[in-house]
Design a protein around this ligand. Structure first.
Ligand SMILES: CC(C)(COP(=O)(O)OP(=O)(O)OC[C@H]1O[C@@H](n2cnc3c(N)ncnc32)[C@H](O)[C@@H]1OP(=O)(O)O)[C@@H](O)C(=O)NCCC(=O)NCCS
Length: 169
């Protein structure tokens, strides 16, 4: 059974590796290139061991980081202060074994006494595991943003077709 604890800066390379896996192999992060750990330091520092914005890691008995979950600022304007956005990533070798559930349980317990009015989450579709996890914790669908992102593959496709488009145009 993994241990859930607040992240420490020594976890950053492992957290970056997990995130980069999903950047490179999926379209779920909305980032288009992998990061070096140092580039994720500001993101790491946006979370603390108190307050609304937390970063919890799941760690195996041998110390391997199996995943992480965060609450982060949702939008910059002041009236959104008490809304947080939740996010969770498990190591690709640790999915489907309760890691995500354990992380969210620990994360939401950690912020239970904080002044949080609403927790939101964004899930790129399709992602049945993520939808199930969020439903399990009481999230309900409120809407779908369509056509708001262009993935790396689509960008390549656009670059490939654009010279022809210019000739035609
Ligand atoms: C989404 C994710 C965090 C879920 O964590 P997990 O450890 O794999 O999921 P759990 O084992 O805790 O299961 C959570 C629920 O999802 C269900 N589930 C898990 N994998 C599933 C799958 N592939 N398809 C459908 N449901 C699935 C489980 O049955 C469980 O439902 P239950 O509570 O009704 O039993 C994890 O799969 C992951 O990191 N995926 C890649 C990154 C990602 O998509 N992050 C979310 C971005 S919004």
């Amino acid at each position: 059974m993994p241990v859930m604890r607040p992240a420490i800066v020594d976890d950053l390379p492992a957290l970056t590796d997990i995130y980069n896996h999903y950047v490179v192999h999926t379209a779920i992060t909305f980032d288009l290139r992998p990061f070096a750990p140092v580039e994720r330091r500001a993101w790491f520092d946006d979370h603390a061991t108190s307050g609304r914005h937390r970063l919890i890691v799941a760690v195996d008995v041998d110390g391997t980081v199996l995943g992480y979950a965060t609450t982060s600022r949702w939008r910059p304007k002041a009236a959104y202060d008490t809304t947080v956005e939740a996010s969770v990533y498990c190591h690709p070798g640790a999915v489907g074994r309760g890691c995500g559930t354990g992380l969210y349980a620990a994360l939401f317990e950690a912020i239970a006494a904080e002044d949080v009015h609403r927790i939101v989450a964004g899930v790129s579709l399709p992602n049945p595991a993520s939808l199930k996890l969020h439903e399990r914790f009481g999230f309900r669908p409120v809407g779908v943003f369509r056509g708001v992102v262009v993935t790396a593959a689509e960008q390549v496709q656009r670059r490939e077709v654009s010279p022809q488009s210019r000739v035609v145009g």
